[in-house]
Design a protein around this ligand. Structure first.
Ligand code: IVH
Length: 681
């Protein structure tokens, strides 16, 4: 066969494209700090793809186009680990004693006497995924294997190559052989996104991120695996040739990061048992906010020479221990399924559970979302179920343990009338939510509406808590928000758990709440589809309540972010005589605001700018600052990304400020913010 002669410049061009794509992939996935927009990355990618399609000879194993393999495998080939993949001893005592016991044991085994310097430990997170061994030869990723029984695993190279944050080619001067051990996992956002997509398509969802990762890794078709995006963190070494690792575990991880491998930044070097305990505590507090699941922390003796001296006990090293956190999933039983009625009348089935300690709290209720979800999971009263509480999300019933289902387990039936007010329940075709049509006639909806009206971001009525709202509605003293202002201290003082002093305080809070802003007032009314941001937009756009109330749907739809559904909801709300009456009564009771100067959205001075607020400000609260920024058209977001325009850093600003500096986002102090607000209004 005749050799295809590729012009030198074409081969060099392909190599250059690969190099650029690998660099930008590294900036994006590892450093979290892209230099080019996503669209430009895609353009380079497509160019390389086209070039390789036209000239298959140009293909290279580390080409970013080669992450997803060709045809599905028949089965996974066995891989014998050159160095066994061990596991670590798990300390199930979640108290500080677990850390102390480990430190005592390490020092005893090293024959260190009591006055020796405290031991140095590398502390890491215990990632909740799947252990994987990666093998790089001459810097190229040649094999990835699961742990298996520790001696022999399975060759899952094709699937591991789909993990975008893993380099197919190491950076810098690569060792002859470098085996990296670490954990493949699914991030919480990727897990949520995947499940949302599956749910919308009526397809099965993943039970938890760990199962998602395990399933993706064990897919025979790598194109399927690529649909479940995974991530990876390196935490150790296997076989190495042609490279001398540093003296400590901590420095080894730094070296792996320098090779371009993903290494978690949530790690530290700690001194002695007290250092371990401090790390455990810090991580336990952060756990819910991490973008991935962990089930504890890992302590490792930092000095590799000491690790060697300590050696192994059967299958576990003596130099490492995993210190667990309370589990995020537990088994319990469903004692009943009840329906709750929300502010908009939406009926949410809730499982009443036998109390169970999960994710650090005792859980007695878990949401079942809606009737479709119950049917899909086939949850019945009496079932044993897995309950999950991870992050600060609402506890959820994950799945049923079918082989523990009692014969008498009862399927759930959605009621035909509202369990609170007896009104009809409607479920429009194509919608998953069933609603009570009782409106404010329904006590449940009335209570929710009042809670919302009084909430901090609405009229902010201090002291009007859930229990009080219950009583006020159940006593029939309050039918709608305006009735609140007719309450007097003498009457209130008669209520349960209400003294004269708290009654007087509540009346004072009610009085204070009458002076508000138009945006807060609109939000407080609880118009469907009108959240806080839309309320602010409407207030700034129309300037007065009268102008908004008179606006036709067409005029409403002119406003950015107000689509047909929102416009219809707003119009319908203000046309309803009952609502007009409520508004008139509230104003008669003295609820008022300063008229805002009318400002069409697009021309507001901070339109299109995104701010993140962090730390403590001295002259105003973060909420107040956010409100003022939003009133000028700015977006206020909770997390810093490359799309953030400004980070406002008050006292004791933490990781968001670090992130801003890392991403080169402009940082304003309090004075800077005030100056900006001043000059923009
Ligand atoms: S070190 C010789 N470090 O936990 C020590 N393991 O039994 C080898 N794991 O399934 C393990 N995070 O996949 C180590 N930072 C970490 C880890 C970690 C999670 C997993 C590992 C294995 C189990 C340990």
């Amino acid at each position: 066969m005749q050799d295809h002669k590729i012009p030198d410049d074409l081969a060099a061009y392909a190599a250059r494209l690969r190099e650029q794509l690998n660099w930008h992939g590294y900036r994006y996935y590892i450093l979290d700090s892209p230099e080019i927009p996503d669209a430009e990355y895609d353009r380079l990618f497509q160019e390389l793809q086209a070039l390789e399609a036209a000239h298959p000879e140009l293909m290279a194993p580390d080409s970013p186009t080669q992450r997803v393999g060709g045809k599905p495998l028949e089965a996974f080939a066995p891989v014998r680990h050159r160095l066994p993949m061990l596991s670590i001893r798990t300390e199930t005592d979640t108290s500080p004693e677990g850390a102390r016991a480990f430190d005592v044991q390490v020092r005893r085994e090293l024959d260190l006497n009591a006055d020796a310097a405290p031991m140095e430990y590398a502390c890491e997170l215990k990632f909740d995924g799947l252990a994987i061994s990666l093998r790089y030869e001459g810097g190229l990723l040649v094999q990835a294997a699961t742990r298996g029984d520790g001696e022999t695993g399975e060759d899952v190279t094709q699937n591991v190559r789909t993990i975008k944050s893993l380099p197919l080619c190491l950076r810098g001067e690569a060792p002859t052989v470098l085996e990296v051990r670490g954990e493949a996992y699914m991030s919480r956002p990727d897990f949520e996104r995947y499940n949302t997509r599956q749910r919308a398509a009526g397809l099965p969802t993943l039970v938890n991120p760990r199962n998602g990762a395990a399933g993706a890794i064990r897919q025979l078709d790598s194109r399927q695996a690529a649909k479940r995006p995974l991530s990876f963190f390196a935490y150790g070494l296997g076989e190495i040739q042609g490279w001398e690792p540093p003296d400590t575990h901590g420095a080894t991880l730094d070296a792996l990061a320098a090779f371009g491998l993903p290494v978690s930044v949530e790690r530290t070097i700690a001194l002695g048992a007290e250092g371990l305990i401090a790390f455990h505590d810090v991580v336990a507090k952060k756990r819910d906010a991490l973008p991935f699941d962990i089930d504890g922390v890992v302590y490792k003796v930092n000095r590799l020479a000491w690790q060697r001296q300590l050696g192994f006990r059967t299958r576990e090293p003596r130099w490492a221990v995993a210190h667990k956190f309370p589990a995020q999933e537990q088994l319990t039983t469903v004692e009943a399924i009840e329906t709750q009625v929300g502010r908009t009348g939406a009926l949410t089935p809730v499982a009443r559970l036998k109390p169970v300690f999960v994710g650090g709290v005792t859980v007695t209720n878990a949401t079942l979302h809606n009737a479709d979800e119950i049917a899909r999971k086939d949850v019945r009263i009496g079932d044993t179920v897995i309950v999950r509480r991870a992050g600060d999300v609402i506890p959820e019933v994950v799945s049923v343990v079918l082989d523990r289902r009692p014969a008498a387990a009862q399927p759930f039936v959605m009621p035909e009338t509202c369990p609170v007010c007896g009104s009809h329940i409607v479920r429009p075709a194509g919608e998953s939510v069933a609603r009570c049509i009782g409106g404010l006639y329904c006590r449940a909806q009335r209570k929710e509406a009042l809670r919302h009206f009084a909430s901090r971001r609405a009229l902010d009525i201090e002291g009007l808590g859930d229990k009080l709202v219950e009583q006020l509605v159940d006593q029939d003293w309050v039918h709608g928000p305006a009735d609140l202002y007719a309450l007097d201290a003498a009457k209130l003082a008669n209520l349960e758990r209400m003294g004269e002093k708290s009654a007087a305080n509540l009346v004072a809070a009610l009085k204070r709440s009458r002076s508000t802003t138009l945006a807060r007032f609109l939000y407080a009314l609880g118009i469907r589809e009108v959240g806080e941001a839309t309320a602010m937009t409407l207030a700034a756009h129309f300037g007065t309540l009268e102008a908004l109330m008179a606006a036709e749907e067409d005029a409403l739809r002119q406003i950015p972010d107000v689509g047909p559904v929102v416009a219809t909801a707003i119009r319908a709300f203000f046309q309803e005589p009952h609502n007009q009456q409520v508004i008139a009564r509230l104003r008669a009771f003295g609820v008022h605001w300063l008229e805002v100067e009318r400002q069409p959205t697009a021309t507001r001075s901070l339109a299109g700018q995104t701010f993140v607020l962090t730390g403590t400000l001295d002259t105003l609260t973060r909420d107040q600052a956010a409100e003022r920024l939003r009133a000028l058209g700015a977006k206020v977001s909770g997390s810093v990304s490359k799309k953030t325009d400004y980070v406002v850093a008050g006292r004791d600003a933490g990781s968001k400020l670090d992130k801003a500096r890392e991403l080169n986002v402009r940082v304003l102090g309090e004075a800077g913010l005030l100056a900006l607000l001043e000059s923009s209004s």
